[in-house]
Design a protein around this ligand. Structure first.
Ligand SMILES: Nc1nc2c(ncn2[C@@H]2O[C@H](COP(=O)(O)OP(=O)(O)OP(=O)(O)O)[C@@H](O)[C@H]2O)c(=O)[nH]1
Ligand SMILES: [Mg+2]
Length: 429
């Protein structure tokens, strides 16, 4: 049932900025007019409640976005590459996958419509128009586009429950889940035995669905009384509710109403979910002799429930029918295309994995050989023609401004040493 897929996402590189001049009377070369490169395409994951599995990723595990366009003369900027949007099931976790194992949880797509930029496109490089300064009216520098992020991630679909078991403490919710699935939640004769939601896979012929057993609810739960409403959120995403009632208790209708009031006050949508009433402990005489009376009394409850079953978790009486009802009701919600809860997209923040990037500026590659790895400095070197001394003078000024010169000195660079950056090589002066 657990669904998982490793995919590789490659965002597009940013387009290069260019060096170009527009004819102007007072400047020999003209005014700088090199446009910027366009942003590389992002890869965006979008949570979609209509998708239920990650199967498609087993067939298509690679996603590659386009590069941004190159800048052009006359301040024309390169085209921004389109993002690639990839829909994933609601409830998908995104793990950074390194050396064949999960390294870090970088996203959890748990709101319908939620977006996550899983690989960010490179920034477009600046054209020379950005590099005018009082000393350089004719900038000869431009930036290469930034590299798009490339990463492997593992998508993990959290097991979401189709059916939620709700009811007062001690009603027998955990006993019922135990009887209909392989799950083994703790069962005991005192309230609040279940402290955490428990999932169980319920088989129905060749098919299966997932049920969740949550801690018991009491009056005032929606305000935090008892174990409170914290666990109701686990049934918010289910499609069908089974409301379990201990038939041997006094005032069965009153108890049912109390729970229905709680869920209505917690979330009106929850009260609209199809609900099956399961009157439990039918094996006890006080229940079996009172079946008709209980049935009659349910007329006063008014109904969130669509059907009622008398069952016994102890003897398994009635559980097959209950299971079949759960299954049919569940299927009907799919047939009706139950509306997906709508959340306006702009209200959901877009997730961005916060993975720390290297902040190194200079690395020593050997005796008297240093490499500049400062991102901006490298982009500038890759985007510019540093063959002319004029361009080199401008580049060195930038290195000073970016504090790369200082870092080189700190790293021990001396006159006559070799400094590498991108594909360029200089003698350090
Ligand atoms: N006689 C009888 N006892 C039952 C039946 N179902 C559950 N019980 C008993 O009722 C008690 C409570 O059962 P649980 O399944 O723990 O109830 P729960 O609703 O999960 O309770 P909480 O987790 O506390 O909310 C236990 O002592 C069970 O053995 C049943 O069908 N017949
Ligand atoms: Mg329980």
């Amino acid at each position: 049932m657990l669904d998982s897929a490793v995919i590789e996402v490659r965002a597009g590189n940013g387009g290069h900025g260019i060096v170009s001049f527009i004819r102007e009377a007072l400047l020999p070369r003209g005014g700088p007019g090199g446009g910027d490169g366009g942003h590389g395409g992002d890869i965006v994951l979008i949570a979609d409640a209509e998708i239920n599995t990650l199967t498609k990723f087993h067939w298509q595990p690679h996603f590659i976005a386009k590069n941004g366009g190159r800048g052009d003369g006359h301040h024309r900027n390169g085209q921004k590459a389109e993002s690639i949007e990839v829909t994933v099931p609601l409830g998908t976790e995104v793990w950074l996958w390194v050396d064949g194992e999960d390294k870090e949880l970088i996203g959890d797509l748990s709101t319908p419509g939620q977006r996550m930029i899983v690989a960010e496109g490179g920034r477009g490089g600046w054209g020379n128009a950005h590099f005018v300064s009082s000393t350089h009216q004719e900038p000869l520098l431009a930036e290469a586009g930034g590299e798009g992020e490339i990463r492997r991630v593992r998508l993990n679909l959290k097991l979401l429950a189709d059916v939620g078991l709700i009811g007062m403490p001690n009603a027998g919710k955990s006993s019922i889940l135990t009887a209909i699935s392989a799950a083994r939640p703790k069962v005991a004769n005192y309230p609040f035995t279940t402290l955490e939601p428990v999932l169980g896979v319920v088989e129905h012929g060749p098919q299966a669905f997932v049920a969740v057993d949550i801690p018991g609810l009491i009056e005032g739960a929606h305000t935090g009384i008892g174990l409170g409403d914290e666990f109701l959120k686990h049934v918010q995403r289910t499609r069908v509710l089974v409301h379990v009632v201990d038939g041997s208790e006094d005032d069965v209708p009153g108890r049912i109403k109390a729970i229905n009031d709680e869920i209505t006050q917690f979330d009106l949508e929850l009260s609209k979910k199809p609900q099956i009433l399961a009157i439990n402990k039918l094996d006890l005489d006080e229940v079996s002799v009172l079946i008709d009376e209980i049935k009659d009394s349910l007329d006063d409850v008014g109904g969130l429930h669509s059907e009622t079953h008398f069952v016994s978790a102890a003897t398994h009486d009635g559980l097959d029918d209950l299971k079949t009802s759960m299954f049919h009701l569940l299927r009907s919600t799919y047939d009706q295309g139950e509306p997906v809860p709508e959340v306006p997209a702009q209200e959901i923040p877009v997730l961005r994995p916060n993975i720390r990037k290297s902040t190194e500026v200079v690395v020593r590659e050997g005796k008297g050989v240093f490499r500049i790895v400062h991102q901006k400095a490298v982009r500038l070197a890759r985007g510019s023609n540093l063959e002319t001394w004029e361009a080199r003078v401008q580049y060195h000024r930038r290195l000073e401004q970016l504090k790369v010169t200082k870092a080189l000195k700190n790293a021990g660079a001396d006159v006559g040493d070799t400094v590498l950056v991108g594909d360029w090589e200089f003698d350090w002066e």
